[in-house]
Design a protein around this ligand. Structure first.
Ligand SMILES: [Cu+2]
Length: 164
């Protein structure tokens, strides 16, 4: 009888440990997803460079935000910009496909790319675009009417790309 009780106790402890590990790894995944590298690595030999941007809700103030909004890329080589979007909101943008959530627009280069809405809660859309930047500073912005407060605050739905 006592042995059976002990076994149950061990099962409960093992279950709690598993739940704890899952919770910790879930938080770690979330933090990793909202903290991508600040810039892509410059490729040697003129190959592509890579930048990862994440659109998510700012955990402090609840605003939609690009992470990071300001970043540096190598100039004169293709830069693969991958945008992971956790926002399920759809915003109608003239000239963009249905289901567009945000845009990544660089007026100076005449570039405007659609970012599709997330597929579901915690199931992001992932979209990549390749852009070659001449050396210089470029303002980017989101043209979707996604959140007036985000759009009014630099660093949320607008920022600067420095191509060096
Ligand atoms: Cu936006």
């Amino acid at each position: 009888m006592k042995v059976v009780q002990d076994q149950r106790w061990y099962n409960v402890v093992a279950g709690l440990l598993i739940v704890g590990v899952l919770a910790v790894s879930g938080v770690a995944f979330y933090l990793a997803s909202i903290s991508p590298p600040a810039s892509g690595g410059a490729a040697s030999g003129g190959g592509p460079a890579y930048v990862n941007l994440t659109i998510a809700v700012n955990p402090v103030n609840g605003l939609d935000q690009y992470f990071p909004a300001n970043f540096t890329v190598p100039s004169g080589v293709p830069v693969v910009i991958t945008i992971t979007n956790y926002d399920t909101g759809i915003n109608n943008v003239t000239g963009m496909p249905a289901g567009t959530s945000h845009t990544f627009t660089i007026p100076k280069l005449g570039i405007s790319e659609a970012v599709p809405a997330a597929i579901g809660d915690n199931v992001p859309s992932v979209t990549s675009y390749t852009i070659t930047f001449p050396a210089g500073q470029y303002t980017w912005l989101c043209e979707a009417p996604c959140d007036p407060n985000s759009m009014a605050a630099p660093g949320y739905m607008s920022g600067t790309v420095s191509a060096i």
